[in-house]
Design a protein around this ligand. Sequence first.
Ligand code: 3HC
Length: 379
Amino acid sequence: MKVEDLRKIAVLGAGVMGHGIAQVAAVAGYTVAMRDISEEILERAVGNIRRSLERLVRRGRLSEGDVEATLSRIRTTLDLREAVGDAGLVIEAVPERLDLKKRVFKEVEEAAPERAVLASNTSSLSITEIAEAVEDPGRVVGMHFFNPPVIMRLVEVVPGERTSRETVEFALGFVKKLGKTPVLVKRDSPGFIVNRVLVPYLNEAAKMVDRGEAEVLEIDSAMQFKARFPMGPFLLSDLIGIDIVHHILKVFEEKLGPFYKPSESIERLYREGKLGRKTGEGFYNYREGRPQVPEEAGRGFDVNRLLALMVNEAAKVVSEGVAEIEDVDTAMKLGANLPEGPFEAARRIGVGRLTEVLRELEERYGEGYAPSPLLSSLK
Ligand code: 3HC
């Protein structure tokens, strides 16, 4: 399949990510079939797409006529086979369970045209393992979008061990057609690049609160106003969804070690079903509107404490052969809207200072904080 020949796309799953991906594809001119398992979910998804398109019109990014034209390119269905029957590209965005994804991919392979590329938007599962469900794993690739997909410019393209070159080229070309920037992940490793760096930082912030070292608002304020992140770690966890953050950490814990175990507070919110914005409560309560983060709340907080952890995770990503330094910086800037990449931050702050912070943490809380050997070679 050549990307120039692509007209029709099927998006499986109309949740937070699925409906955003469907919207992005329809805005780019593709015809999209969006499939989920209930009419109610599909109706909510179309309502969200409409509101988002209207927001883009208000900001002058789309014209009035684009709203109806874009919506007319999206059809909804409950029938998976019908959704993928004429698709050149299928993007799976169903819940993050390997057994479910495998079942979906098997059914997709049976019903989709032979030439169709099969992509997964998984945030932490292995593309290689998902691809085991199909007869031709060469056509399966990871295409990982960021929340909210309409705004975030990055898409990670992740080849599994048996993904064909042609499929990878197709995925890279398609992401460019969407007007986004692809970063090619060199190795199918848990969390790829951005989640691997970002989610342990979210967990670390939560651990700090659990240990009584700082307050939620204090950390969010400092990361927003002092580190110039678009939002602090707790607002971001609530945006991503506590269930998703929890799931990613569980995968990391299993595949990378106990250091990545979800913090007590993430575990508790997850068990209580307080999953963030989508349920109206997470670290914050959203029922009375958007939480206010005052600038003065974070004045006394040292942001290097959290930046050191992010830089260390980024160094691990590079030393494990998942991506090059420049790609990690690009991915973090475009996938999380950070003002600078972790390696750029390391150069600004000084590797010596960050190593000191990590050594102190290692002494106090254990070897998970040990500075990556790559850090000292950065200088
Ligand atoms: N549809 C249309 N427009 C939207 C939108 C949507 N759903 N959401 C935000 N916008 C637009 C607004 O209209 C506004 O446009 P402008 O810049 O032209 O004025 C702009 O985005 C900023 O919006 P707000 O002023 O409302 O600012 P917010 O604070 O609400 O949020 C944000 C904007 C883009 C979410 C920003 O805070 C941000 O970048 N946060 C970090 C997000 C992030 O890190 N995402 C990645 C998470 S990791 C992930 O998704 C991977 C997964 O696997 C877990």
